[in-house]
Design a protein around this ligand. Structure first.
Ligand code: PA5
Length: 341
């Protein structure tokens, strides 16, 4: 049976499909790079991951994977500044794949002004230069990926930041196990992605998560946007049950919206029940309703399985639209115009 990969490869000039499938290798390589960086503990009151887009999602995923094992705050900062309440001495990871993202560079300076303990993850650029000049440790990332395809790396470095800050006991064993889990499940995930792409094609997905799956829903949205060049939306339960649910009533009048519910065995039982009822209530107006769940013994393994699934679906949808998933010229244009102003 075809996995549809040949069709993706025909348009995928930068090899994003192979990068997605290589996530287990990325996880192991990230652990090795972290080990090689010989980072000193950063006992800290809180940890912040500063980044944008593909370089920020690792912070959200790490916080979700750790869940209630976190004993200190772990926040993702998407913007130019750390929050006004950020404590001096906080552990701050500035994560930018290119090393040239202006918001992340601004946070690097803001963290210095705060008296934070800084760490950088990047392939190079101005961020690597600044880190070198200021003797800030750098976890070097491999070049030649799209930033969003480096998600395995970004997740590992964010989890490491939390461990260095003393916010959790460390996820290395669980990450290793997740890499093996993804390898075992690779064919099943590929088959599922093809089937789900059939169901989602031609619709605007609205992706719901809660707890472990909330950042995965956000990841799916971003991958639909950047790879398939389509609008997509994400939302979180239970909040969406108190407002957004009502909007489904009129949805078929304005377009074909699919409802994707990302479930997990660790979710609060009432959240699980809400997913079931939500599926039933939106079904009459939705172009399709998909309830998905990954299996596996660890939060990290299940979470990354859903990430890989969404990534593959976005590549299938891009292919069906005749699009190379990698270039994001409109982001490049925006960055160039900002640089000129
Ligand atoms: O996936 C992408 O290309 C974007 O979301 C980038 O990650 C985002 O623009 C930030 O750039 P960088 O990851 O280089 O800091």
């Amino acid at each position: 049976m075809s996995d549809g990969f040949d069709q993706i490869r025909a348009l995928d000039r930068e090899g994003q499909l192979d990068a997605v499938l290589a996530m287990p290798d990325h996880l192991r390589d990230a652990l090795w790079r972290i080990e090689s960086a010989r980072l000193a503990p950063m006992e800290a009151p809180a940890a912040f991951v500063c980044g944008m887009g593909g370089s920020a999602i690792g912070g959200d995923l790490a916080a979700a994977a750790l869940g209630d094992r976190l004993s200190k705050p772990l926040f993702t900062v998407r913007g130019y500044e750390l929050p006004s309440w950020a404590f001096a001495g906080s552990a701050v990871l500035c994560s930018s794949y290119s090393g040239n993202t202006e918001e992340t560079l601004a946070c690097f300076s803001a963290a210095e002004a705060l008296g934070a303990q800084r760490l950088v993850a990047t392939t190079g650029g101005k961020l690597a230069e600044a880190a070198r000049a200021e003797a800030v440790p750098v976890i070097g990332l491999p070049a030649a990926l799209q930033p969003r395809a480096a998600v395995g790396y970004m997740f590992c470095v964010a989890a490491e930041l939390a461990a260095l800050a003393g916010a959790d006991p460390g996820l290395k064993t669980e990450i290793d196990g997740a890499a093996a889990h993804l390898e075992d499940r690779r064919e099943a995930i590929a088959a599922r992605a093809l089937e789900l792409a059939d169901r989602l094609e031609g619709t605007c997905p609205v992706i719901y998560g809660s707890d472990l799956t909330a950042p995965v829903a956000f990841r799916w949205k971003g991958q639909f946007n950047e790879n398939a060049k389509l609008p997509a939306f994400n939302s979180v339960l239970p909040e969406a049950n108190h407002n957004e649910l009502v909007g489904w009533e009129g949805s078929s009048e304005i377009g074909r919206f699919s409802c994707v519910l990302l479930e997990d065995s660790d979710q609060h039982p009432r959240e699980r029940r809400r997913m079931e009822i939500t599926a039933e209530l939106v079904e009459p107006s939705a172009a399709g309703v998909l309830r998905l769940e990954a299996e596996g013994p660890t939060r990290t393994g299940r979470m990354l399985e859903l990430v890989m699934l969404g990534d593959l679906i976005s590549l299938h949808i891009a292919t069906r639209r005749g699009i190379d998933p990698s270039p994001v010229p409109v982001i490049d244009t925006l960055k160039a115009r900002l640089a000129d102003s």
